[in-house]
Design a protein around this ligand. Structure first.
Ligand SMILES: Cc1cc2nc3c(=O)[nH]c(=O)nc-3n(C[C@H](O)[C@H](O)[C@H](O)COP(=O)(O)OP(=O)(O)OC[C@H]3O[C@@H](n4cnc5c(N)ncnc54)[C@H](O)[C@@H]3O)c2cc1C
Length: 223
C-alpha cells in the first residue's frame, strides 16, 4: 500500500480540459508482483501443492481428480472450447516517480498508479492482439499523453515496458459442469473471463467458485 495524498488543486484545472467530471477516493493498491507470491505462500501454508504443467485437454485429468477448477484465464477458452474468450492486449510503462503518491484513473485508457518501489503509467486496451513485443512508439505515446494530463509526471525515469493479455469474455464464466471423458466423469468448475478486472473481482468470484465446488462434491459449506 502507498501513502496517498490529495490531487493538487492546479491539476484539477488541467483535468477539466480532458474530462467532464471526476471524484477523489482514498483506496488500497494491490501490487501483483508482491500479492501473487503472498497468495501462493498462503496456499502452500494451508496444505496446497504447486505443480507447474501445461494441460492440453481436460481428458488428461480424467479419473485422477475429484474436481478441477478451471481458472486458466486466456487458456481457459481453449480448454473449455469457449470461443467467447479473447485477449485484450495491455501495454503499460513502468516508471520511477516517487514524488507522485496519488493515483489517477480515467474513463479512457490513461492512468497513473504509484506502487511502493515504482509506478505504472497506462496504457492500452487492444482487443484481439496476442503479440507481446513492446512498441517504442506506443510507449512514447502513453508517456506523452499522460504527461499532458499529469504534468508533474515529467522527469519520471522510464524503467521498462510491460505487455500483458487480459483474458476477456462478455461476462465471467462461473459455472459447474460434469464432463464425460474416457468413460468416466470429471467435475469441473469454471472461473474465467475476468478481462481487465481479475484482481478486483478475484475474491468474489473465488468465493462463488468455491461454493460451486462444494455443491458439486456434495460437501456442506463452511464458507
Ligand atoms: C496491462 C494490464 C493491466 C491490468 N490492470 C488491472 C487492474 O488494475 N485491476 C484488475 O483487477 N485487473 C487488471 N488487469 C487484469 C488482470 O491481470 C486479469 O484479469 C487477471 O490476471 C486474470 O486472472 P486469471 O487468474 O483469471 O488469469 P491469468 O492471470 O491469465 O492466469 C491464468 C493462468 O493459467 C495458466 N494457464 C493457462 N492455460 C493453461 C493450460 N492449458 N494449462 C496450464 N496452465 C494454464 C496461465 O499460465 C496463467 O498462469 C490488468 C491486465 C493487464 C494486462
Amino acid at each position: 500500500m502507498v501513502n496517498v495524498q490529495k490531487v493538487p488543486a492546479q491539476l484539477q484545472t488541467i483535468f477539466h480540459k480532458f474530462y467532464k467530471h471526476g471524484c477523489m477516493v482514498t483506496t488500497a493498491v494491490i501490487e501483483g508482483a508482491k500479492y501473487l507470491p503472498w497468495l501462493t505462500d498462503r496456499f502452500i501454508a494451508g496444505g496446497g501443492r504447486v505443480v507447474q504443467k501445461s494441460v492440453e485437454s481436460f481428458d488428461e485429468l480424467c479419473g485422477d481428480h475429484d474436481l478441477v477448477l478451471n481458472c486458466a484465464g486466456l487458456g481457459a477458452g481453449q480448454l473449455a472450447s469457449d470461443p467467447k474468450v479473447h485477449p485484450v492486449r495491455g501495454h503499460i510503462v513502468r516508471v520511477s516517480a516517487p514524488w507522485l503518491t496519488y493515483f489517477i484513473n480515467t474513463d479512457d485508457t490513461h492512468y497513473f498508479i504509484p506502487h511502493s518501489e515504482s509506478a505504472v503509467v497506462g496504457g492500452t486496451l487492444q482487443p484481439g492482439r496476442y503479440d507481446l513485443g513492446p512498441e517504442p512508439e506506443e510507449s512514447r505515446r502513453i508517456m506523452r499523453e499522460m504527461e499532458e494530463r499529469l504534468p508533474p509526471l515529467k522527469g519520471a525515469k522510464v524503467l521498462h515496458d510491460w505487455i500483458g493479455l487480459r483474458p476477456a469474455r462478455h461476462s465471467v464464466r462461473l459455472e459447474a459442469q460434469t464432463l464425460n471423458c474416457k468413460g468416466k466423469q470429471l467435475k469441473v468448475v469454471h472461473n474465467y473471463g475476468h478481462g481487465a478486472y481479475g484482481v478486483s473481482l478475484s475474491w468474489g468470484t473465488a468465493l462463488q467458485a468455491a461454493q460451486l465446488a462444494q455443491h458439486s462434491l456434495g460437501v456442506t459449506s463452511k464458507l
